[in-house]
Write a protein that binds this ligand. Structure first.
Ligand code: ADP
Ligand code: MG
Length: 346
């Protein structure tokens, strides 16, 4: 029996959960990531009933009606609806460990939430994990989980900076000696990029596209710095004047224009965080570079642009989409982490 098992009992069903604004990932100890699905719930409002969660909910998009609506419970980094958040958490926990009730072993769960959520909302997530079947729940601050997952030397006195650009929130933190020294959480990330593309296409082409189309455009040809080879895509949307469907050709330069403002806003938040950071740690960051993570960090050229604009090297983590859940799993695996201040058991 391992030291861990002695300390905590059977760990077979213990799990780490990244409750993201766009995507939820669950990693079961000893198995790795078993769930990676949208943080999405489809609800029948007439009967206050959950119809589908995660990937199944995404597949229902488009077939929603007046009373059947799709909800992203953490869209803006806040727990908008406790019941829906709990339903989603319960669904993912049961999916991750289908036999846990039969085996009688309730899991211990480490959940990571956006650091912008209030203590009341953290409490709500904690309660949700317990009512969803956790024996014990721990909440961990997202930037710390992201930094651990990205392999940053968090326990080292050296200062490092992690920037996690998700769907609804960007979390920026300077970490040194196992703690967060300064941090900023803004409700502004990948979704804002999509919204900017919607606005741009409306203004410059007179065509309305939905946010899913805008997200596709962003992922396929979006960038924050000039591309070696500029490209374009054809997009179908509704002509605002005639109301009929129209196809327009959008260039990667257009999309870069559209993304200029939201990219600048994120850079401003990074600069603000650096200003609040003690100068010896800033020197470390200049030396080591800024680590970019989260799905939003995958926007082409973001690292290059950041280097140009702030004069600090930046690199995108190769495991940007899974760092948070991996970081949570590392915390779960290591009893030492439990003593550390960034882990709260409430
Ligand atoms: P969260 O942690 O908030 O759930 P994620 O880290 O899963 O968010 O990131 C989701 C965001 O990443 C979405 O806005 C999505 O459009 C964006 N994204 C994913 N892949 C790419 C890509 N290749 N290029 C640009 N943006 C991307
Ligand atoms: Mg995230």
């Amino acid at each position: 029996m391992s030291f861990r098992d002695k300390l905590f009992g059977n760990s077979g069903s213990d799990m780490a959960i990244d409750l993201g604004t766009a995507n939820t990932l669950v990693s079961v100890l000893g198995q790795g990531i078993v769930i990676n699905e949208p943080s999405l719930v489809v609800i029948d409002q007439n009967e206050s009933r959950v119809l589908a969660v995660g990937a199944a909910a995404r597949d229902m998009l488009g077939s929603t009606s007046e009373h059947v609506v799709a909800v992203r419970p953490l869209k803006d980094g806040v727990v908008a609806d406790f019941d829906v958040t709990e339903a989603m958490l319960r669904y993912f926990m049961e999916r991750a460990q289908p036999n846990h009730s039969r085996l009688g072993a309730k899991p211990r769960v480490v959940v990571c939430v956006p650091s912008g959520v209030t203590s009341l909302e953290k409490r709500a997530v904690f309660e949700a994990a317990i009512t969803a079947g956790a024996r014990q729940a721990f909440l961990i601050e997202e930037p710390m989980a992201a930094a651990i997952g990205a392999g940053l030397p968090v326990d080292n006195p050296m200062g490092t900076m992690i920037v996690d650009i998700g769907g609804g929130t960007t979390e920026i933190a300077v970490i040194s000696a196992g703690g967060i020294v300064s941090s900023t959480s803004v409700r502004f990330a990948g979704d804002a990029f999509d919204a900017a593309v919607v606005q741009y296409v409306k203004r410059h082409f007179g065509v309305a596209i939905d946010e899913r189309t805008a997200e596709e455009i962003k992922i396929v040809i979006g960038s924050a710095a000039p591309l070696v080879e500029e490209v374009d895509v054809e997009v179908r949307g509704r002509d605002l004047a005639s109301g009929s469907l129209r196809t327009v050709r959008i260039e990667s330069e257009d999309v870069r224009d559209a993304l200029e403002e939201p990219v600048e806003r994120i850079f401003r938040a990074i600069k603000d965080t650096l200003v609040e950071t003690p100068s010896d740690l800033v020197n470390d960051i200049v030396e080591y570079g800024i680590t970019l993570t989260g799905g939003g960090a995958l926007l082409r050229g973001l690292d290059e642009r950041l280097r140009q604009e702030i004069g600090v090297p930046a690199h995108v983590s190769e495991t940007a989409l899974i760092n948070v859940v991996e970081g949570c799993a590392r915390v779960l695996e290591s009893p030492d982490f439990l003593d550390q201040s960034y882990m709260q058991q409430k």
